[in-house]
Write a protein that binds this ligand. Sequence first.
Ligand code: F6P
Length: 544
Amino acid sequence: MTITSSPSWAALGTHQKALAATHLRELFAREPNRVESLSLSFGGMFYDFSKQRVTAETLRLLTELARVAGVQERAERMFSGERINVSEDRSVLHVALRRSAGPFPSSQFDVMPDVIKTRLRMAEFAERLRAGKCIGHKGMPIRDVVNIGIGGSDLGPKMMGQALRSISHPALGVHYISNLDGAQLAPLLQTLDPRTTLFVIVSKTFTTQETMINANTARNWLRANLGDDLVSENHFAAVSSRPERAVEFGVSGDLVFPIWDWVGGRYSLWSAVGLALMIAIGPHAFDEMLRGAERMDEHFRTAPLERNLPVVMALIGIWNTNFLGASTNSVLPYNESLKYFPSFLQQLEMESNGKSVSIGGEAMDCATCPIVWGELGNNGQHAFFQLLHQGGRIVPCDFIAAARSDFPLPEHQEALLSNCFAQSAALAFGKNKDEVRADLENESMSAQEIADLLPHRVFAGNQPSSTLLMSSLNPGALGSLVALYEHKVFVQGAIWGINSFDQWGVELGKAVANRILPAIRDQELAKLLDASTQGLLSFARKHL
Ligand code: F6P
C-alpha cells in the first residue's frame, strides 16, 4: 500500500477540505494563545509554527501519518547501520560522525574507531596550522587555506564558516572555490601569496570535473610562481574516499583525510569535509558543533512524534506540499551570517528528496520535495517579498533568526528582528478591504480615489510560515540547526517512501557535458549533437 492510499492520507484530505476556508486570522481569533500549543523548544531554539494553516487536529492527523509511514522504524534502521540507501547499497551513517562515543552502530559494524582517528588527525593538523606551524614555502607558515570542492564538498563548510565567522581565526584566510568559472578562482589567486597558501582538495570521488580543473589550476599556479623550489606536499591536503587518487595528484599521504561511502556528500559537513571549517574555527568549536548535532540526533531518536522537532517540521512541510498544494518553500534567514544557508538547504533537500520514483521503483502519485529557495530575509523584503504578499500564490516560508547578534551595532538587531517578526505577521494576517478603506479615508482621499486604489492596497494574508528563533549562532546551536533539517529531510523521504540518499538525477548532465566538451573545438563532433546545441556551440566558438 502506498502512503497516498492509506486511511491517514484520506483523513488529512478530508480535514484539509473542512479547514480550507478558514483564514489564519480566524484561527488566531478562535485560539489567541495558539503559539503555546503550536510551538516547540529545543536547546536554545524556539520553533513557532502557529502561523501555519494548521490546528491541533491537523497535527494529530499528520502525526498519525508519520506513524503509519513507519518513520521511527525507518530512523532506527538508519541508526542501526542498515543499508537503507538501496540503490547504492550503502548504510547511511552521517550520524556516526557526531557521536561522542562508540561503538556505533554496533559492535560488529563499528565505524567509530575510524571516525575518532580521523577527527584526531584533523584536530592535530588544524591546531598546527592555526598555530603557524604548518609550513609552506621555505619554512614560511601557511596563512591562507583554499577549500576546493563542490556541492556537499563545499556548501556545508562554507555555510558554517560564514555562520561562525565571528569566532574564526583572525589571521588566517579561509576561502572556498567551487565554480568552474575561472572568475571565481582567478581573482582569488591574485590576492594570495603562493608561498603561504594551502589548498584543501575535497572530493569524495576525486573525479568531479569542477574540482579537478580548479585543483589543476591551483597546482599550475604554484608551479608557475614557485618554480623548481615548489614542494607540492607543503601546499596540498585532501579529503576523499579514494585516497590513492589524491596521492597520485601530489598530496602527501599523511595529509589525505578519509571519508566513507556511508556518508553522503550533502551530509558530510561533520566529517573531514569540514577540515577547512575546523581550521577556521578551531577543533574545540568544531567539537561543540558536533555535540549540538548529536543532541538533535538524540532528540530525533527519542522524543515522541508530536514533540519531535524534525518530525513536526517535516509534517508541516508535507501538509503544505501535499494538502495545501504549495510547490515551493522559501528559506529566509534574518542574519547575515546565515547567508549561505538557503543554498546549503537547496542541496540537502532537493538532492535528497527531489525524486518522482519510490524506493521500490514505482512512479510517485503525489508531489515530493518542494522547490527550496531563499535569500537573506531583510534584503528579500525589498525585492521578491512583493510576490509573497500579493502574488496570489501559496509560498510557505521558514523565517530563521538569532535573538543575539554576533556583530552588535546600536539599533541594528532590534530593527532586524522587528522586521523578521513583522513579515511573518503581515504575511499571515494581511490587510482586508475594510482596513485599507479606513486607512485611505484617514489620508483624506476622495471616494473615487479610494475605489481606484483599494484593490492594490489589499493584502490577502493567509500565507503560512514558521519562525525558527535561536538564542545566538553559537557552534552548538548551528550543529543542532543543520541536524534538524537533515532529519526533517529524512522524515519527509520516509513518508513519501523515497530514497533520500542517492542522487542519480545529477549524472545525465555530467555525461552530456563530457560529450559536448570536445565538440567545442571539433566541428565534426558537433555535428553529432542536437541542432540547439550546435547553434550554441557555433556562437560560442566565434567568441571564445
Ligand atoms: O554531482 C553531485 C555530487 O555528486 C554531490 O552529491 C556531491 O556533493 C558533489 O557532486 C561533489 O562530489 P565529490 O565530493 O565526489 O567531488
